[in-house]
Design a protein around this ligand. Sequence first.
Ligand code: CA
Ligand code: CA
Ligand code: CA
Ligand code: CA
Length: 266
Amino acid sequence: MKSTLLILVPLAAVSARAQLIDTRLDTDGNSSAYVQDGVIGANEYGAGNNQAFQGAGSGFGGTVGSGALYMDFDATNLNLGFQPGADLNDNVVILIDSKAGGFTDATMDDQGDAGRNLSTNLTRDVDDLFAAGFEADYSIVMGGFGIVAFELAAGPINFLKFDGQFTGNGAGLAREFFMDRATLGLTSPTASFDFFVAYGSDSNFMSNEGIPGQAFAGGPNLGWDNNGGGAVNWSAYDRMGIVPEPATIVALGAGLAALIARRRRS
Ligand SMILES: [Ca+2]
Ligand SMILES: [Ca+2]
Ligand SMILES: [Ca+2]
Ligand SMILES: [Ca+2]
């Protein structure tokens, strides 16, 4: 009995700290209906726009908490669309874990500008803990200024791309943006990555909003110091990936059949 308890307790502790909330799969990783026009078109991000991730929290008015983040792959790019749930007065911060290794709040600190500071520090005065195993590799920051992407690093993070097509704070305007799959390490036909979205001010005053909704979504805004509550736990994350092409499945099936045939002959 004692040994059973010893096994169960650590498992429970791990699952409480890391939670995959939602997985969405692109059924055609080689093509997309993406048009960078500030509008989420019908079926632009999968059939019925089902490749959409929802949030929770309303402390800053629901911009992220009531917003939606859409994604779709084509052969070259990962295409994203963010539809705000309220005016975009602050900064949407998307942290992406798309390859081995990476960084946490504790291993990054770049205060060069608001986007860099939010990407590497989130809540200003306390540690921000990611889900167990989540090591961020890239960030995308969306605000009234436009959209910027960084490759994360221990020192100054590396600027990748800026797009100024969409500016201002209007909630009706979808922020659409694309990134090169190769840059993100997502060239595989069955590529997938994990991410979560935070929302904070230029001075790292953080909202309780997120995509997916975090455990603290029903509480007060995190502010600068998590209201004296210590480290912030960004334990929840979502996953976006690609369903294998039928050709890939056929090839896998053929390989399996050949393997079985070889085993039967031997
Ligand atoms: Ca697609
Ligand atoms: Ca569009
Ligand atoms: Ca940091
Ligand atoms: Ca990583």
